[in-house]
Design a protein around this ligand. Structure first.
Ligand code: NAD
Length: 475
């Protein structure tokens, strides 16, 4: 598989339906995390650029909201066609900028957002539901101008989950993508431009969190902020939006538990669990980073997990033999290594091999930690790297208590040959999603977290509803 060609250097932002020179002259450096070589830069916008983009989105809002559902759906449909034609190049671009192995980029990094966009092409064409409550007729109306702020780990999917749903609901959007992966956002906006959306309906202002993200979150004319990223930044965005009582939707961190009950198909549960924990080099907010196994099966599960980890060959994301790419940045690699060191200092046992890293790239070897205490740092904090902690439990009650013992509540899994017992445990887990016995990911299921994993839901019709106000008219 050949490496992606470098994307062009970008010098403009997308505001009011055109590529425009930004207000300032700041630039964002971008890096290939495998070769560690610089990639072409993009502009770093500022608060004046956010003002211009929000003004364009505000001007575009009423006419966009007033369009018929079929017309809005047709714009999204054109975007879907254009992105589908470009899918291979987009996947290669994510592999270049983020380091995801190309096959996974094709299937997940690009395949998933295309599926999500397809959902919203369909949902946009439907009339919003109108319901009657007593003497009231209740209408759904778009909330207004949406500020979308996204991270780097699924850089097109996280943008699409917000932008496609907001546009389908009749909102207009100002997007700030992650500074680590801006080129895939530019590639999206090339398609947005070619699709011919009305000027101002969707705008792109790249930049730093403090420089552009805060300007969006605190902007008096942004009606809703939809954010995906860390819990710390989600908290900051909530504070900024609270000043004007603006709605926030937050998709934040996770520390998900994979609960393997007695009677489960242990080999399958462990193999699937390791694959889930290492997907995208572990940089997945839903990753099942804690494998909870009954005492009687702990040692066997640890052996199986260590054997599975060995098959995750590290290397060039464009080499078809690679199963584990580099982490997104040097800072991320150092953070993950720090968590492993802390885990060992707190009594965990590393059962996987170390050393033998590729010559370049921000790699962390696939790691399994055994005998991890539920209250250890590595079992409580989001690691965001290929690190799996195995934790023993005595009975279902203890498994549920451990699963629920973090501040997060995003996802999880339960395995058992008795599906009723698995379901009973799933229902007791304080988390937004649970997969029973390795069930497939569902791109129209509501996605989001309990507790400090977030507020609100994305994807499918639940994701659409977030961008609506409800109006009661009494007659
Ligand atoms: P991050 O929170 O540092 O950054 C996310 C985005 O917020 C980026 O665009 C960044 O520039 C911006 N930002 C940073 N500081 C800001 C500020 N003060 N004001 C406004 N915007 C600001 O997260 P990251 O490092 O890009 O991504 C990794 C984190 O995101 C992980 O913790 C992961 O769990 C989480 N995440 C959650 C989900 C989910 O759906 N729940 C999905 C992906 C990632």
């Amino acid at each position: 598989m050949s490496r992606s060609p470098e994307p062009p250097r970008r010098t403009e932002i997308y505001v009011g339906g055109a590529w425009r020179t930004p207000h300032g002259d700041g630039v964002l450096s971008v890096e290939d995390p495998f070769t560690q070589q610089p990639l072409p830069t993009v502009p770093a916008g500022d608060a004046a650029d956010v003002d211009a983009a929000v003004a364009a989105a505000r001007a575009a809002f009423e006419p966009w909201a007033a369009l018929g559902p079929a017309e809005r759906s047709a714009y999204l449909g054109r975007l879907h066609e254009l992105l589908t034609e470009r899918a291979d190049a987009l996947a290669a671009l994510v592999s270049l900028e983020l380091g995801t192995p190309l096959k996974i980029s094709q299937r997940v990094q690009i395949g998933l957002p295309l599926a999500v966009l397809g959902t919203y092409v369909r949902l946009a064409a439907e009339q919003p539901p109108v319901v009657t409550a007593g003497n009231s007729t209740v209408f759904r109306e778009p909330i207004g101008v949406v500020g979308a702020i996204t991270p780097w780990n699924y850089p097109l999917h996280q943008v699409m989950a917000k932008v496609a749903a907001a546009l389908a609901a009749g909102c207009t959007v100002v997007l700030k993508p992650s500074e680590l992966t801006p080129h895939i956002a530019y590639a999206l906006f090339d398609a947005v431009h070619a699709a011919g959306f009305p000027p101002g309906v969707v705008n792109l202002v790249p930049g730093t969190g403090p420089g552009v993200g805060e300007a969006i979150a605190g902007h008096p004319d942004v009606d809703m902020v939809s954010f995906t990223g860390s819990t710390a930044v989600g908290r900051r965005i909530s504070h900024l939006a609270a000043d004007r009582i603006a709605k926030v939707a937050l998709e934040l961190g996770g520390k998900s538990a994979n609960v393997i009950l007695p009677g489960a198909d242990l080999a399958k549960a462990v193999k699937t669990g390791v694959a889930n924990a290492y997907l995208n080099a572990g940089q997945t907010c839903t990753a099942w980073t804690r494998m909870l196994v009954h005492h009687d099966h702990h040692d066997e599960a640890v052996e199986l997990a260590a054997a599975a980890a060995k098959s995750y060959a590290m290397g060039d994301p464009f080499d078809s033999a690679t199963r584990l790419g580099p982490l997104a940045s040097a800072a991320q690699r150092d953070r993950v290594r720090g968590f492993i060191e802390t885990a060992l200092a707190e009594g965990a046992r590393r059962v996987t091999e170390t050393g033998g890293l590729p010559e370049t790239g921000y790699f962390v070897e696939p790691t399994v930690l055994a005998g991890v205490r539920p209250d250890a740092t590595v079992a409580r904090e989001e690691v965001f790297g290929p690190v799996l902690s195995v934790i023993p439990f005595a009975d279902d009650d203890e498994a549920v208590a451990i699963a629920n013992s973090t501040r997060y509540g995003l996802a999880g899994a339960v395995w058992c040959d008795d599906e009723d017992r698995a379901l009973a445990v799933a229902r007791r887990m304080r988390t937004g999603a649970v997969d029973v016995n390795g069930a497939a990911f569902n791109p129209v299921a509501p996605f989001g977290g309990y507790k400090q994993s977030g507020l609100g839901r994305e994807l499918g019709s639940f994701g659409l509803e977030e961008f609506w106000e409800t109006k009661a008219v009494q007659r």
